[in-house]
Design a protein around this ligand. Structure first.
Ligand code: HEM
Length: 445
C-alpha cells in the first residue's frame, strides 16, 4: 500500500475539530465509536487532531503491521507520547527509540521472559492469596480497587525487591498521584494542577527508587532473583550495565506500564464472567480438572485452554489501551495519502478488534471463537491488545502469568455476586474501567 512519497498526493480526509483540543473529547469518551464513525465517512485512512497535534489514523491489520512492524523506522515512539508525558516519565523503554531502545530492550526482555518467570510465580501466588483472603473478610468490594492494590503489590515486590515492603505504602501513594496527573491537561508544573502534583510525586518517587537501588548495590546478600536484582546484573554487548538514572527510569516505566493495564484487564475478565454464567461454570470445571483441590503449579497454568481463550477474548473486547501513537519522523505515503513529518499516527486496537471481516459477531463475548474449529484471530496484527512487532509489550508473558494465577485462584476459592444498581459504563482512567469499579459480594467457597 505504501510507495515513495509524492508532494502532489492529498492529505488524508477528515476534520480538525475545535481549536486547541481538536477532537480529543469524543475520542476519549468512546475510542471505538470515534473510529467506527470516521471509518464509515472516510475509509481506513483519515486525519483528526488529538492531544494538541494533527494525527493520521490508519485502520486495520495491514495498517497495524505498517506502523508496528514493516515501517516502524518512519516513526518515533517518544514523539508519539508527547512532551508532557516524556518530561514526567523520563527515558524508560516505551519512551526511547532506535539504538538506545534496542540496547535497553535486549537487557530487559530476558528478565521478563522464559525461565526467569518461574522465579516470580511463588511471589505472585502468595500475594494473590494474601489479598484475596482480606477481600472475603470485607464481604463486598470494588474489584477494580482490589485488583489495583494486588497488581501494585506484585509489581512493587518483584520490581523493587523485598526492601520495598516497608516503603510500599509510601510508594503506592506517590505513584497514585503520579499516574493521576499524567494525562491531565494543562501540563503546568504548579502545585494546584494534577500535572503539577504528578511532577512533585515523581520527584519523591524517583528519590525513593534511587534509595532502594543504592541499598541493593551496597547489599552483600548476592544477586536476588527479582526484576531489580536481574536488571542490576544485566549487561549489554560491551559488558556495560544500566546507570542508576537509567534504572530509575526503567523501573518507573515498568511499574506504570505493568499494573494499571493488568488491573483493567482483570476487572473486565470478571465483568464478562459475571455476565455469562455458562462460561464461568465451564472455567470452574476446567480449574477442577486441572488443579483440583491441590496447590496451583506453573505447569498446570499452561494447561488451561479455556482460561487462555477467555483472557484473549477480554483483550479483544476491552484492550486496556485502545491503540497507540507514534510521532512521524519521515513523511510517508499510505493508501494514496501523504502524511507529513511532525504529525502523529494512531493505530487502533479497539477498532481492529471489532472488524466484522476478522471476527464473527464482534460485539459478543465469545471465548470459543479462539478455539478449534473457528480459531479466529490468527491473521497477523488482528489481535493487538499487547501491541505488535519489535515493540510488542515486553511484559506480555509476565502479565499473562499474573492474570492466570489470580483468575485461577479466585475461581477455585471464592464465589462472586454482582451488586445491583451500579453503572458498568466504561470510563478511561486512563486505562478503561467500569464506572463504579465493578462492585461484587465475595464469599469463600
Ligand atoms: C494486561 C496487561 C498489559 C497490556 C494490555 C499491555 C499493553 C501494552 C501495549 C499495547 C504496548 C505497546 C504500545 C505501543 O507500542 O504502542 C505495551 C508496551 C510495553 N509494556 Fe505492556 N501491557 C501489559 C502489561 C505490562 C507489564 C506487566 C509490563 C511490565 C512488567 C509492561 C511493560 C511494557 C513496556 C516496558 C512496554 C514498552 C515496550 C517497548 O516499547 O519496547 N506491560 N504494553
Amino acid at each position: 500500500m505504501a510507495a515513495s512519497l509524492s508532494e502532489s498526493l492529498p492529505l488524508p480526509p477528515g476534520t480538525s475539530g475545535l481549536p486547541l483540543i481538536g477532537e480529543t473529547v469524543p475520542w476519549v469518551r468512546d475510542p471505538l465509536l470515534f473510529a467506527q464513525e470516521r471509518f464509515e465517512r472516510y475509509g481506513p485512512v483519515w486525519r483528526t487532531h488529538l492531544l494538541g497535534r494533527p494525527c493520521a489514523v490508519l485502520l486495520g491489520p495491514e495498517a497495524n503491521r505498517f506502523v508496528l512492524g514493516t515501517h516502524m523506522h518512519l516513526f518515533s515512539s517518544r514523539a508519539g507520547w508527547g512532551k508532557p508525558i516524556t518530561s514526567l516519565i523520563g527515558d524508560g523503554l516505551s519512551l526511547i527509540d532506535g539504538a538506545e531502545h534496542r540496547r535497553h530492550r535486549r537487557m530487559i526482555q530476558p528478565v521478563l521472559h522464559g525461565e526467569m518467570l518461574s522465579h516470580y510465580f511463588a511471589v505472585m501466588h502468595d500475594i494473590a492469596v494474601q489479598h484475596t483472603e482480606k477481600w472475603s473478610r470485607h464481604g463486598q468490594l470494588k474489584l477494580f480497587e482490589g485488583f489495583k492494590h494486588l497488581s501494585f503489590d506484585i509489581a512493587a515486590r518483584l520490581m523493587l525487591g523485598a526492601q520495598a515492603e516497608t516503603d510500599a505504602e509510601r510508594i503506592r501513594k506517590y505513584f497514585h498521584e503520579f499516574t493521576r496527573g499524567l494525562f491531565a491537561p494543562p501540563a503546568w508544573k504548579v502545585p494546584w494542577t494534577p500535572y503539577g502534583k504528578a511532577w512533585q510525586a515523581g520527584v519523591r518517587l524517583r528519590a525513593a527508587i534511587l534509595r532502594i537501588i543504592a541499598e541493593r548495590r551496597r547489599g552483600a546478600d548476592g544477586q536476588q532473583m527479582d526484576i531489580l536484582g536481574l536488571l542490576l546484573a544485566a549487561r549489554d554487548e560491551q559488558g556495560i550495565g544500566f546507570t542508576d538514572m537509567e534504572l530509575v527510569d526503567e523501573l518507573l516505566v515498568l511499574l506504570w506500564a505493568g499494573h494499571d493495564t493488568v488491573t483493567s484487564l482483570l476487572t473486565w475478565v470478571f465483568y464478562e464472567l459475571l455476565h455469562d454464567r455458562a462460561i464461568y461454570d465451564q472455567l470452574v470445571d476446567e480449574q477442577a480438572r486441572v488443579v483440583g483441590s491441590g496447590v496451583l503449579t506453573l505447569v498446570q497454568l499452561k494447561r488451561m485452554p479455556l482460561l487462555d481463550a477467555v483472557i484473549r477474548e477480554v483483550e479483544r473486547l476491552h484492550p486496556p489501551a485502545p491503540g497507540g501513537f507514534r510521532g512521524v519522523v519521515t513523511p510517508f505515503e499510505y493508501g494514496g495519502y501523504r502524511v507529513p513529518a511532525g504529525w502523529t499516527v494512531m493505530y487502533s486496537s479497539v477498532f481492529t478488534h471489532h472488524m466484522p471481516e476478522l471476527w464473527q459477531a464482534p460485539g459478543r463475548f465469545d471465548p470459543h471463537r479462539f478455539r478449534a474449529p473457528r480459531e479466529e484471530g490468527r491473521k497477523p496484527f488482528s489481535l493487538i491488545g499487547f501491541g505488535g512487532g519489535p515493540r510488542v509489550c515486553v511484559g506480555l508473558a509476565f502479565a499473562q502469568m499474573q492474570m492466570r494465577i489470580v483468575v485461577s485462584h479466585l475461581l477455585r476459592h471464592f464465589r462472586f455476586e454482582l451488586r445491583p444498581g451500579q453503572s458498568f459504563k466504561p470510563v478511561a482512567v486512563p486505562t478503561k474501567m467500569p464506572k463504579d469499579g465493578l462492585v461484587v459480594r465475595v464469599d469463600v467457597k
